[in-house]
Design a protein around this ligand. Sequence first.
Ligand code: C5P
Length: 227
Amino acid sequence: AKVIAVVPAAGIGSRMQAERPKQYLPLADSCILAVTLDVLLSHPAISEVVVALNPDDTYFSALPQAKHPKLRQVIGGAERVDSVIAALQLIDTPASWALVHDAARPCLTHTDIDKLLSSRSQFPHGAILAAPVRDTMKRAGNNGCIATTVPREALWHALTPQLFPTAELLLALEQAVQAGVNVTDEASAMEWKGVSPGLVSGRVDNIKVTHPDDLPLAALYLEYHRH
Ligand code: C5P
């Protein structure tokens, strides 16, 4: 079955406090989104990359990746989930797998993509890249005090890519949104449908660039990966 990458890139990155959307901030001689797209476009198992853009986007058309034969564009929505749904609706191959990956995670490696793709035999309903929590976890109570310590043994950070059969994922996302579920990743919609997606251990340096401090860190990781 075909693997089609979906890249939600329609956010405005309000937490970055930058003059342009964070996916267009400079990174490794280009920008965050260009680096992310290059990782996906250059992977031999990915036949197509659908990128969801903000309706007011004025930057994307200037990227060299915009003209890549594997790339398609779609207008995203108000929330990340709406952008993913818009992209999935463009994919008409019923037997395909959708590999959903945040534009803001430029440090993804082909090795981690391969690991996730290989997990399909073990997890036929889909899986996500994830990393075990390292710190001791606290649940906050009132007035800034610790209410309790949460056992961290079973806790994972949900990363992307997240890989699911396209038709099953689209249905789950649409129904979860309809039901008012707060869908912050693809897996949460599948879980709501009663599916238990697999956890595939991924690199902890596959960070989501969210705050200004994350950008030099992403640059450092990319440099590190090259050596
Ligand atoms: O804001 P956050 O970092 O959680 O966004 C994760 C990803 O979802 C980013 O790549 C962002 O561009 C994308 N997004 C989107 N449509 C929205 C909001 C966020 O495609 N409405």
